[in-house]
Design a protein around this ligand. Structure first.
Ligand code: EPU
Length: 431
């Protein structure tokens, strides 16, 4: 397994172009299953989760073409399968997003239950409950969700989510586009990625109002058609690099993003002592000196502070002056990075769903293990700020969600490189 080697102590200074958002690209690609027309999705990041998505689409029988700019064209006019198998689903939970489109277009679908996850239990009961409310009959047997629509076409329904769910909202929104009648999704997720999927669906002929708010209204149509859609930039990637500059006392500009998506994170960076301003389609961050104020964090659905930035802010607090609490309200087991940070000298206690983080003078490089995508990002940031060399194992997690992270950071002055599997970690970093 590849590792990352980071020699810490160098400020992150420069300019980074932000890639397309993983969590917008995945549902947009799955939306191609709703039509026999060709769906072209641009600004797709080069990531393992995208490869897995394309494997699923191809497994179902879709024809996938990738051009040199990584725009992906999917032709799902003739599918040979309506079943997403365990082997593919277990590597990516977002595979559940095939369920709504397949069921809506073909009246049947089978998807493996996603199984365990490093950040919490993550059930899909709300996806299932919503589809049942729209007339689907669903059995769970042999580890698979088996769904069919006895009357052939889903029916519009008023669905109130017990908990705000991002992929649940996306799955039901896709299902509703071809349903008979009007579907209202209440307590829907307001994440920009949900609104981006709605834009994609509308460009395919869907009738959707209210995406981006907590009530989404979808009027079903008979069929959807061809489209070309470009996914929005990745707000979590951008925010991760802003934190990289903040903790290393650097200066950075992240380009090609929509600053409004980052308000909750930027407010916390300003509270931590950074100077931040919007500039020509980007955000600039400047940190004067090495003093970081500790900042309390509480994760919650958009537009509040994102759970996908929680681990990075645990790290920020670990090297701050003061003590802060970081409370995780979305997932029940998302503190796996804490033990690894403790191995680097961080002073953090866990009390239920809260990490109490006492800032320390410095972290020391160590061998650490990535456990999930955002925990891996946190460990890379820890390596950038620590004294000495950090070796991060199991970085396949980071390849699921950060395009060329070591190249982007190296361009900004980081001493970081990938160590392909089989090479000893005593490998020397270039001076
Ligand atoms: N939940 C249920 N039942 C359901 C669905 C969700 O109880 O049927 C609960 C979950 O267990 C969790 C909460 O609802 O406690 C919110 O989960 P949500 O469904 O919103 O998460 P998700 O859709 O599975 C997406 C992102 C995650 C991101 C979360 C929260 C994608 C592909 N994934 O997951 O991204 O953390 O929303 O914003 O969009 C990541 O990129 O690293 C990542 C994990």
């Amino acid at each position: 397994m590849d590792k990352l080697l980071v020699d810490g102590g160098f400020p992150i200074t420069g300019d980074i172009r932000i890639s397309g958002a993983k969590n917008a690209a995945l549902p947009a690609l799955m939306a191609s299953l709703l039509t026999s027309g060709s769906v072209q999705i641009g600004n797709i990041p080069h990531l393992q989760d995208i490869t897995t998505t394309l494997e699923i689409l191809q497994h179902l029988g879709a024809v996938v073409q990738v051009d040199e700019k990584l725009a992906i064209e999917v032709d799902a006019s003739e599918l040979r399968e309506l079943r997403a198998p365990y082997e593919l689903v277990r590597t990516m939970r977002a595979s559940i997003l095939v369920l709504g489109p397949l069921l809506s277009r073909f009246g049947e679908a089978e998807v493996s239950l996603p199984g365990g996850c490093a950040i919490g239990s993550r059930p899909v009961n709300l996806h299932i409950k919503g589809l049942e409310a729209m007339g689907a009959e669903i059995d769970i047997a042999g580890g698979y969700i088996r769904a069919r629509v006895p009357q052939g076409r889903l029916k519009g329904a008023h669905i109130v989510f017990d908990t705000t769910t991002v992929t649940g909202t996306e799955n039901l929104m896709m299902a509703a586009t071809l349903a008979d009648g009007v579907t209202v999704l209440d307590n829907a997720a307001r994440e920009p990625e949900v609104a981006d999927l709605a834009d994609c669906l509308v460009s395919m002929g869907a009738i959707i109002e209210g995406a981006g708010s907590d009530v989404i209204r979808i009027k079903g149509v008979e069929s959807l058609h061809d489209t070309v859609h470009h996914v929005i930039p990745d707000r979590i990637e951008a925010a991760t690099y802003l934190v990289a500059a903040a903790v290393t006392g650097g200066r950075i500009r992240v380009r090609g993003i929509r600053p409004i998506f980052l308000d909750a994170v930027v407010n916390k960076l300003v509270e931590a002592g950074a100077t931040v301003k919007n500039s020509n389609g980007g955000i600039e961050l400047y940190m004067e000196g090495s003093h970081i104020n500790s900042v309390d964090i509480r994760t919650a659905p958009f537009p509040a502070f994102p759970t996908d930035m929680q681990a990075q802010f645990v790290l920020l607090n670990a090297v701050s002056q003061g003590t802060a609490t970081v409370t995780e309200t979305i997932f029940d087991n998302r503190f796996m990075h804490v033990q690894e940070l403790q191995r680097m000298g961080a002073n953090i206690e866990i009390a239920g769903n809260t990490a109490i983080v006492h800032g320390v003078d410095h972290l020391s490089g160590a061998q650490v293990m990535a456990t999930d995508l955002r925990a891996s990002a946190c460990l890379v940031l820890a390596g950038l700020v620590a004294n000495g060399e950090t070796v991060i194992d199991r970085i396949y997690h980071i390849d699921r969600g950060y395009e060329s992270i070591e190249e982007k950071l190296a361009q900004c002055g980081a001493r970081i490189r990938r160590l392909p599997s089989g090479i000893s970690s005593s490998f020397q970093l270039p001076k």
